[in-house]
Design a protein around this ligand. Structure first.
Ligand code: ADP
Ligand code: ADP
Length: 227
């Protein structure tokens, strides 16, 4: 199977103790290559836990996860993660941050001249390429993080409420920019949101979770967007 597959995944924290807490139960889902999937649900329903398991940062208690036919057993370079919080390196310029993303692939062909500029232009940061993150707005910093992560060419881009800290205008710009870039790069994206408007706008597939414990309630495919 290509793409992302979760088969009956469950997660119980402190399993086997009296503080056991089941965050997720029996979640099965699939995401095809090049699709944007959104995990939507109330606070505490297990969205971040699910994303962290896909990232390989958390082990499932039950079930299995696979990316492009390979079982997910830990973190890997085939997955890139963008968080809500500040994730660029403060001591590096915008250009150096993005170059760092290219470097960790260990792929010298991707280091050829122009690759860094390509990703800087893609997120429209050409004018501030030599600035440091602290000189930039929140939206710009988020774009640095996205460019650096995309430069690493992940098969799957994982985003945990990436635009939650931005003002509405900037959020709107970032959402359309993200779609533009991932369509062009054919990147598969799994994004966590608690905003239904964002989910319907960004998602080719929207997974609705409910809480206590987190379960997959419904999957919809908003069909009205141009892609
Ligand atoms: P809910 O909002 O679903 O009721 P809470 O946020 O009240 O959940 O957390 C319930 C319990 O889980 C608390 O004991 C809290 O400390 C623990 N907890 C929540 N998130 C984490 C976390 N990331 N790491 C460790 N413990 C956590
Ligand atoms: P969401 O991202 O949907 O808000 P989370 O995945 O953060 O939900 O949390 C799901 C549930 O698991 C919550 O009840 C939370 O308190 C609990 N939880 C999350 N991480 C931990 C942890 N490390 N230890 C214990 N409980 C946790």
């Amino acid at each position: 199977h290509n793409g992302l597959t979760l088969s009956r995944v469950g997660k119980t924290f402190r399993a086997g103790t009296r503080h056991a807490r089941t965050a997720l139960e029996d979640v099965s889902l699939q995401l095809a290559p090049g699709q944007v999937g959104v995990l939507l649900g109330p606070s505490g329903c297990g969205k971040s836990t699910l994303l962290r398991m896909v990232a390989g940062l958390e082990e499932p208690t039950t079930g299995a996860l696979a990316l492009n036919g390979q079982a997910i057993t830990g973190p890997g370079r085939d997955r890139g993660m963008v968080f809500q919080s500040y994730t660029s390196f403060p001591w590096l310029t915008v250009r150096q941050n993005v170059a760092y993303g290219l470097r960790i692939t260990g792929d010298s062909s991707s280091l050829r001249e122009g690759a860094v500029d390509y990703f800087i232009d893609a997120v429209r940061l050409g004018d501030v390429a030599d600035a440091y993150p602290h000189e930039l707005s929140g939206g710009m910093r988020q774009r640095v993080a996205i460019a650096r992560t995309l430069a690493n060419h992940p098969a799957l881009l994982l985003m945990d409420e990436p635009f939650g800290a931005l003002d509405p205008e900037t959020r709107w710009q970032m959402q359309s920019l993200l779609l533009e870039i991932v369509r062009k790069e054919r990147t598969t994206v799994l994004l966590v949101s608690h905003d239904i408007e964002e989910a319907l706008y960004l998602g080719d597939v929207v997974f609705f979770l409910s809480s206590h414990p987190g379960r997959l309630r419904e999957t919809i495919r908003p069909g009205f967007k141009a892609s």
